[in-house]
Design a protein around this ligand. Sequence first.
Ligand SMILES: *Cc1c(COP(=O)(O)O)cnc(C)c1O
Length: 382
Amino acid sequence: MTTPYLFINLDRVEAAYWKFRRCFPEAGIFYAVKANPAPEVLRLLARLGSQFDVASPAEADACLAAGAAAGDLSYGNTVKKSCDIAYAYRLGVRLFAFDCQEELDKLAAQAPGAKVLCRLEAASDGAAWPLARKFGCSAESAEALIVEAMRRGLLPWGISFHVGSQQTDPARWEEPLVRTGALFQRLAGRGIHLSTVNLGGGFPARYATPVPDLGVYRDSIRAALDAHLGGFSPHVMLEPGRGLVADAGVIVTQVILKSRREPAGRSWVYLDAGKFGGLAETMDECIQYRIRSVAAAGPEEAVVLAGPTCDSADILYERTEYRLPASLEEGDRLNILSAGAYTASYASIGFNGLTPLTEYFGRGGDAEAGEDLVMLQGAKED
Ligand SMILES: *Cc1c(COP(=O)(O)O)cnc(C)c1O
């Protein structure tokens, strides 16, 4: 099997789905397709009963092709072309998110009568991969927009927010839920009864730093829902992306070159997987994957890790300390763990003539990547 490739253990995707199900039995689980849009993943989740958060016509088509119904899709992107709204509406999608007047105008014109979620701004503190600034509005604007949505023939359905991806602090959902509760209250006073709270994604994967168990997130979120929205008994939506697929994936890569670079004489390890080949989230060293040597062993040394392209931005980790066996040499393989989310979907289509990240799917294996790789013998190239 030539490297680099991404191996997804579908059993682990399935286990992650059931864990969300068990922790949030009443909630609608809408898988955020952008995290890994592979048909194998979508088909599995559709079969398990998952719903889907989509951001484009192509993602909506992919979910329908995987067996989902249009009524199971939420068009959660707040930035949509008019023609794309119309397309989704023709497919039968009836739930859309927005966060400003201009987008509301488009929805009123292209998706009459549809249910709408207004997205509140939320801080991304505690998140390794922030999603603030670009999305969401103030509670004050949301109130006015929801009243306007009603007037324009849309169905005000609820409030959504996203506390940032790889959110390591389970308490971060509370503050937006305080504002959501106040909004439910104020709008009820104006005769508009919202039904739904969309808690977004943010549930973490297991990267270099351990994270709390999903049960801790559930407890914190449930307490905040009771405290701030208890009187409304809202329907809850979740949109996990990373939390469903990241830990199911391993990227297998090999060393192209190892050298000592001046002036400091640090050891540089150049891999055949880099920022443009799936590891985009190493930008600013935000996401810190666990990286394991497959065969090389023995005493370790600190290394700088870089990708294969002719671009100096293609350095994975220079400030963060990574240690690998000093005996590592050309051709040795490394496993990049918990790499199932935001990797294949971020890989470039041919920068420097390098092939996009190949994806393989299998089942079985144990917690460590090495076990998964046994399964690869039977895995077919797609
Ligand atoms: C990306 C995205 C998600 C998924 O976020 P994760 O942190 O990967 O769980 C959920 N909802 C929306 C609207 C998104 O854009």
